[in-house]
Write a protein that binds this ligand. Structure first.
Ligand SMILES: Nc1nc2c(c(=O)[nH]1)N[C@H]1C(S)=C(S)[C@@H](COP(=O)(O)O)O[C@H]1N2
Ligand SMILES: [Mo]
Length: 330
């Protein structure tokens, strides 16, 4: 895992070495919020796809818009798309396959055009019900026409001020608000209006809707961390609902198995389509003992995360994130 800064020390066998190393790691970790920035740098943004990334050359790339359209036309060149009205906005992407609390969630500022502006150039017929995206790596996925027509649904060509990196779909990817990564295809080469389509991951049992659920991930401490007794410690992380429940209202932390909850401070936020970052300053008790840290989010529509979770497959994981840590004598 590329962004893990701390190597877990539990594997170290020589008893004499363990203590000093653990304390060093704990001291450093105390000052580190994870995620530490609202915007994930491109080099740290998670990457996920069915095969190898595809290197496409802008000069050769074309976007064909086909199927149930009123005015079939020439495929679009990249310059034609970048010449259109642009939108710059923050968006978090998250993988549907993630267990609660993992790192396949990142946030960037993207620039692109509204998908509906592109579709309207070709005219959508009344028989069209879905928009199918075919990608250069063989991936394909469809979204309902109503989602495609949302003002926030974008074809992005820039990420954090740079041309979309190859790994993230150069030259063009979809940003589909409210939906997991599966519905945000990269390396798009064809957009097809259709009556029906069975997408790559649906054929393999995953949810065709892929709507993001309310969730929180604890970034610090990480699993197995040693926390110094009697000292201040900052628990921190990210929460996200992709706007599906009105955005994140609050995040709470529990260090007593969910009996009592403390409100965390939301210290970074932007649009509901981006994650919020939160932290809670804990005065760690004197007693050395194992501790489980829980975090849960409440959305603006009043929904609070449930303790009982479900596995990621097929609709995305739910439940609190819990981290097992240990309070150690200082
Ligand atoms: N062309 C293509 N697009 C794709 C995929 C893929 O395999 N091929 N995987 C999807 C999945 S499952 C996720 S989680 C996101 C990840 O986007 P990222 O790699 O930019 O973080 O890409 C989505 N778009
Ligand atoms: Mo994913």
């Amino acid at each position: 895992m590329k962004r893990r800064t701390f190597i877990k020390l539990s594997a170290i066998g020589a008893a004499g070495m363990v203590l000093p190393l653990q304390l060093e790691a704990q001291a450093a970790e105390t000052s580190l919020l994870r995620p530490s920035t609202l915007i994930t740098p491109n080099a740290d943004f998670y990457i996920l796809q069915i095969g190898e990334p595809v290197e496409m050359r802008a000069a050769h790339w074309r976007l064909a818009v086909t199927g149930l359209v009123d005015r079939p036309g020439m495929p679009l060149r990249l310059e034609e798309i970048t010449a259109m009205d642009a939108v710059t906005t923050m968006r978090t992407l998250k993988c549907i396959g993630d267990p609660i609390g993992t790192e396949q969630m990142s946030n960037a500022t993207w620039r692109g055009v509204r998908l509906r502006d592109v579709l309207q150039k070709f005219g959508v017929t009344s028989e069209a019900k879905v928009v199918v995206f075919r990608c250069a790596d063989g991936y394909h996925t469809a979204i309902p026409l109503a989602d495609a027509m949302r003002e926030e649904t974008l074809l992005a060509y820039q990420m954090n001020g740079e041309p979309l990196p190859t790994a993230h779909g150069f030259p063009i990817r979809l940003l589909n608000p409210g939906h997991y990564g599966t519905k945000n295809p990269k390396w798009i080469v064809n957009i097809q209006l259709a009556a029906h389509h069975e997408s790559y991951w649906e054929k393999r049992g995953w949810d065709p809707i892929a709507s993001v659920t309310l969730a929180t991930a604890i970034g610090t401490p990480s699993e197995g961390a040693k926390i110094k007794a009697g000292a201040p410690y900052t628990v921190s992380g990210a929460a996200f609902d992709a706007g599906n429940h009105g955005g994140i209202k609050s995040v709470e932390v529990s260090v007593d198995y969910g009996q009592t909850w403390q409100e965390a401070e939301i210290w970074a936020k932007d649009t509901p389509l981006a994650w919020v970052l939160w932290k809670w300053d804990w005065q760690v008790p004197e007693k050395a003992e194992p501790v489980e840290i829980y975090a849960r989010a409440t959305a603006n529509n009043g929904l609070t995360q449930d303790e009982i979770g479900i596995e990621a497959e097929p609709v995305g994981a739910t439940g609190y994130h819990t981290v097992d840590a240990e309070i150690v004598a200082s």
